[in-house]
Design a protein around this ligand. Structure first.
Ligand code: CTP
Ligand code: MG
Length: 235
């Protein structure tokens, strides 16, 4: 069974602060997106990577990827993204050729995911799961709050979910292609991850162990951590 990876990379990266679109920001001198593409291509299971570029940046992303070496066995397609992550993933799925029956969806903003994590996700889909997410236990206790009555007012806490049953989930998330396509065709509410859309179909999503280095680069401090992880790898 052939496996493709869709990489949504069309976001601006507002939380990272001013600068180039997040996926094009440098990490160890190389754009974050290139790290993310390599992380997928490093898995022997993955033979196609579909990059979803900023809407006006598909040409630039194509030349960028042409300029960086990838394993020979990996094909790369670049398509323009949309206004939301969901829309961008949908555009990537629409561009998938026939013959790829397993699809990974991986954030460009998780450039350092280890190949073992990618392989574990693929393997769980091959073993029959409709949807798979890498997941980690939480370090922090999580509170559910009521929205503040007015800006600046305190937010009353309404519940403390049992932390031992909560997980932070990462990408790549892995899917039977037909299931993910159906989810994107039928689920219209805002969901922040693809597995969440599959849950809305009433299907079971399973977890595999995530990895600390698969963290998402979201805020400036995450870039500091990512640079440190990369420097440690290069020792
Ligand atoms: N993404 C996308 N298309 C969008 C929005 C997001 O392809 N319209 C991608 C981002 O490029 C990123 C991934 O979805 O790789 C995860 O999103 P996030 O970390 O939120 O990135 P941004 O949306 O770019 O960041 P921010 O929310 O801070 O603007
Ligand atoms: Mg975002």
């Amino acid at each position: 069974v052939r496996t493709a990876a869709v990489i949504p990379a069309a976001g601006r990266g507002v939380r990272l602060g001013p600068g180039a679109p997040k996926a094009l920001r440098a990490l160890g001198g190389t754009p974050m997106l290139v790290h993310a593409v390599r992380a997928m291509a490093d898995s022997r299971a993955v033979s196609l990577v579909v990059v979803v570029a900023p809407p006006d940046g598909a040409g630039e992303v194509k030349s960028l990827l042409d300029a960086h070496a990838l394993p020979e066995r990996t094909d790369v397609l670049v398509v323009p993204g949309g206004d939301s992550r969901q829309e961008s993933v949908k555009r990537g799925l629409d561009a998938l050729p026939e013959g790829y029956d397993i699809v990974l969806v991986h954030d460009a903003a998780r450039p350092l995911v280890p190949v073992d994590t990618v392989d574990a996700v693929v393997e769980a889909v091959r073993d029959g799961a409709a949807a798979v997410v890498p997941a980690l236990p939480l370090a922090d206790t999580v509170k559910q709050v009521e929205p503040a009555a007015a800006p600046g007012e305190p937010e009353p806490v309404v519940a403390t979910p049992d932390r031992s049953r909560l997980r932070a989930v990462q990408t790549p998330q892995g899917f039977e292609r037909a299931t993910l396509v159906r989810a994107h065709e039928t689920v219209t509410d805002d969901v922040t991850d693809d597995a969440g859309m599959v849950e809305r179909l009433g299907l079971t999503v399973v977890t595999v162990p995530g990895h600390e280095e698969a963290f998402k680069v979201t805020r400036p401090l995450d870039l500091v951590l990512a640079e440190a992880v990369l420097a440690r790898r290069r020792l």
